[in-house]
Design a protein around this ligand. Structure first.
Ligand code: SAH
Length: 213
């Protein structure tokens, strides 16, 4: 697993592209500057690792586009020590970004093949999530709730009520909502029973599917 100065240079370029596209959160940019994204993809795809594009990671899934990862993470407004739930572990790249920012991360993946691969892989890079769970993200993780933030990294046809219910007051849920195309949607829990909703443009994700596989 090589991570050389060439990769470093490529990451610097990627960070510059993300800044141009409007990412301002310095902690997010620092994390992207540091994490060897090429190691989250099959070797042989180095040319694709540091361009701003999504890429297949097996089991019909993709590692999200860097801009998308950056934007979603920025919207969560993470502070060190925050307890964050991620739905859709996939390659573990977004998980690594959250860990670099000092979050305590719980992440759920429904594809067993990806779940097993990523569970072995993250510690090799020195990333230790609090818990990786093989399960269905639609139901969240009640036994660890409430969370300071929840991030959904697959396109949700609707907003799962369980996820809203597992937010602390003041916490945020960032979730792409829609079928073929999704609107990045941010919910802030303003009180036990009230949520504020904001929308941040169109994105395209693989679908959030029910049950595990
Ligand atoms: N965060 C990932 C993005 C992976 S793509 C990364 O950085 O690589 C979305 C992931 O969500 C896929 O791995 C898919 O299997 C998973 N997924 C889809 N529906 C899910 C569900 N209901 N619960 C948990 N994971 C789900």
């Amino acid at each position: 697993m090589k991570n050389t100065f060439i990769h470093k240079g490529m990451r610097k370029n990627l960070v510059a592209i993300l800044e141009k596209k409007g990412i301002v959160n310095q902690d997010v940019l620092k994390a992207i500057n540091k994490i060897p994204r090429h190691l989250f993809m099959d070797s042989g795809f180095l040319d694709h690792a540091y361009v701003d594009k999504a890429f297949p990671i097996g089991a019909d899934q993709t590692i999200s586009q860097p801009y998308t990862v950056a934007r979603q993470t920025e919207l969560l407004e993470i502070k060190r020590g925050d307890k964050i739930l991620e739905i859709g572990t996939g390659s573990g790249y977004q998980t690594a970004v959250l860990l670099e920012m000092g979050a305590l991360v719980y992440s759920i993946e429904r594809q067993n093949e990806l779940f097993k691969k990523t569970k072995l892989f993250l510690p090799k890079l020195g990333y230790y999530p609090k818990k990786l769970i093989f399960g269905d993200g639609y139901i969240g993780l009640k036994q660890e709730a409430p969370f300071d933030g929840i991030i959904v990294t697959a396109g949700a046809p609707f907003v799962p009520k369980a996820l809203l219910a597992q937010l602390k007051v003041g916490a945020k849920l960032v979730i792409p909502v829609g079928d073929a195309l999704q609107i990045m949607t941010l919910f802030t829990r303003v009180s036990a029973s009230e949520f504020e909703k904001e929308e941040f443009g169109e994105f395209r994700f693989v679908p959030l599917l029910e049950d595990k596989n």
